[in-house]
Design a protein around this ligand. Structure first.
Ligand SMILES: Nc1ncnc2c1ncn2[C@@H]1O[C@H](COP(=O)(O)OP(=O)(O)OP(=O)(O)O)[C@@H](O)[C@H]1O
Ligand SMILES: [Mg+2]
Length: 237
């Protein structure tokens, strides 16, 4: 029991098969994987190896075809659609390569989206947005629209939005993929700090060896299967 409470993610024989007229395609083979609370895991592997598929399963955006995905004790495949939406909203933050901000909304409004969706009172929402803006170092940019922000700033807005509901798990799919070195480094530092100081479990897909160094563990996928799983910098960290 004690052990169970330290586990954030537990995959048991979780597999994902996509079907189409052309036949079926196994994007993720039967996979066992355990991620403890507070870990920062990088997921690497070539294009098409199943990284995004895995991330979607971890966040309950998609369900495994077979097997089980348990996140913070919840078996996702056993939840109803509605329960799964609530689970996502309250426990998981998502960050994507292309930020996915709403262009007609300011930074502050983008950050407030999920708070508004969960009917947070206005005063509380304003306090939360101010705190989040500060946390991602964007004070002064509250009223800027995404088009008026740099890529790095847009990604930090997206991270603030992901943090609004105080998730225990942050899933990032190539968060530095569109950024130059400097902005990429800022985003990685931010993710590391959130992991360290807020004890948020982070799972980050990346192609970049340098980005993976921010993580304490690197899981490498190959053809939809885990090819290696190593703790990095166990000493250096
Ligand atoms: N909805 C779908 N229907 C059919 N096949 C799919 C679907 N989604 C993904 N796939 C296939 O599953 C495999 C894994 O896709 P996935 O997006 O997980 O790869 P990835 O490792 O994230 O690649 P990349 O680095 O290019 O983002 C690919 O071969 C892809 O074509
Ligand atoms: Mg992908």
């Amino acid at each position: 029991m004690e052990e169970e409470t330290k586990i954030m993610i537990k995959l048991e024989k979780a597999a994902k098969v996509f079907g189409s007229e052309a036949g079926t395609f196994t994007a993720l083979q039967e996979t066992d994987l355990e991620i403890r609370k507070g870990e920062f895991v990088a997921v690497m592997g070539p294009s098409g190896s199943g990284k995004s598929t895995l991330l979607q399963l971890l966040g309950g955006l998609d369900l495994p075809t077979t097997g089980s995905v348990r996140v913070d004790g919840e078996p996702l495949e056993k939840l109803s659609e509605k329960e799964r939406t609530l689970f996502r909203r309250s426990k998981v933050g998502f960050v994507f390569q292309n930020y996915q901000l709403l262009p007609m909304m300011t930074a502050a409004e983008n950050i407030a989206l999920s708070l508004a969706a969960s009917r947070t009172p206005k005063a509380e929402m304003e306090r939360a947005v101010a705190r989040l803006i500060g946390q991602v170092n964007l004070t002064g940019k509250e009223k800027s629209f995404p088009s008026q922000l740099s890529g790095g700033q847009q990604q930090r807005v997206a991270i603030a939005r992901a943090l609004a509901m105080k998730p225990k798990l942050l899933l990032a799919d190539e968060p530095t993929g569109n950024l130059d070195r400097k902005n990429g480094r800022d985003v990685l530092e931010l993710l590391s700090r959130l992991n360290r100081e807020e004890q948020i479990t982070v799972v980050m897909v990346t192609h970049d060896r340098y980005a993976a160094e921010a993580a304490s563990r690197v899981v490498t996928l190959l053809d939809g299967a885990i090819a290696s799983d190593e703790a990095e910098k166990a000493v250096a960290k």
